[in-house]
Design a protein around this ligand. Structure first.
Ligand code: ZN
Length: 247
């Protein structure tokens, strides 16, 4: 039984990390970028690019504020709660995520590295003052488009837009370097340099577990692959871990 084996690996590992992608949040109603129901089938990715923000911040925010509103309304699902539970049990040390939705933190996870930033925060491009994005959304609702800082600078979301480099990659890679087990959850593992995280763990002699509905380019180096919706597979894994710890 694969869940028992995965649970055994989690219990016997000394430094397990989780790597999460859009697939963990689809059950929370957040559309995946590249999947069949992907957001970018409906909207052009160009709308979330740094070029578009710089060229037309008013229309950028017209689109982006809708996206942000949807993300703020989303709630964590069983997969997020399962990871928070594994962190509380001392099994998962760090979550490295490609998501900007903040749902790991909403579910109670503490140690989260966000490679693409977070939509919960925004900042002024001139003085770098930070803003809670909820306050920025209310500025926009009052007709301040694009939203501006007291200094006159335009405010932007603290997320990695298309055309920008990922954040915190060196910190993430140094954590991967120390890890002996990585569990990749709902990531297509196609985006460089994020896919370096699981690759690094493998190259250092650690193990890789992939929970994803579709095939990934790293399937050939994975130790275990589970193709079930992650909001179903992760609770089963937690249940198996709990039973083994108690027995
Ligand atoms: Zn400012």
């Amino acid at each position: 039984m694969i869940y028992e084996k995965v649970a055994e690996e989690l219990i016997s590992s000394s430094y397990t990390i989780a790597f999460t992608g859009a697939g963990i949040s689809t059950a929370s109603g957040i559309p995946d970028f590249r999947g069949p129901q992907g957001l970018w089938k409906k909207y052009s990715p160009e709308l979330a690019s740094i070029e578009y923000f710089e060229k037309d911040p008013k229309n950028f925010w017209g689109f982006y504020s809708l996206r942000m509103r949807g993300l703020f309304e989303a709630q964590p699902n069983k997969a997020h709660y399962s990871l928070a539970e594994l962190e509380k049990m001392g099994i998962i040390k760090v979550i490295i995520t490609q998501n900007i939705d903040g749902l790991h933190q909403k579910a109670g996870s503490k140690n989260v590295i966000e490679l693409h930033g977070t939509m919960r925060r925004s900042y002024c491009v001139l003085c770098l003052r930070t803003y809670d994005s909820l306050n920025v959304l209310s500025m926009i609702e009052k007709g301040n488009l694009p939203p501006r800082c007291d200094c006159g600078g335009i405010i932007r979301p603290d997320v990695v837009l298309f055309g920008e480099p990922v954040k915190n990659i060196y910190e993430a890679l140094s954590i991967a370097y120390e890890s002996d087990l990585v569990i990749s959850i709902g990531s297509s593992l196609t985006v460089y340099p994020a896919n370096l995280i699981p690759q690094t763990v493998k190259e250092r002699g650690g193990k890789l577990i992939i929970l994803n509905m579709e095939e990934t380019p790293l399937d050939s180096i994975a130790d275990y692959i589970v193709r079930e919706p992650v909001e179903i597979s992760l609770p089963k894994i937690v249940e198996n871990v709990r039973q083994k710890i108690l027995s």
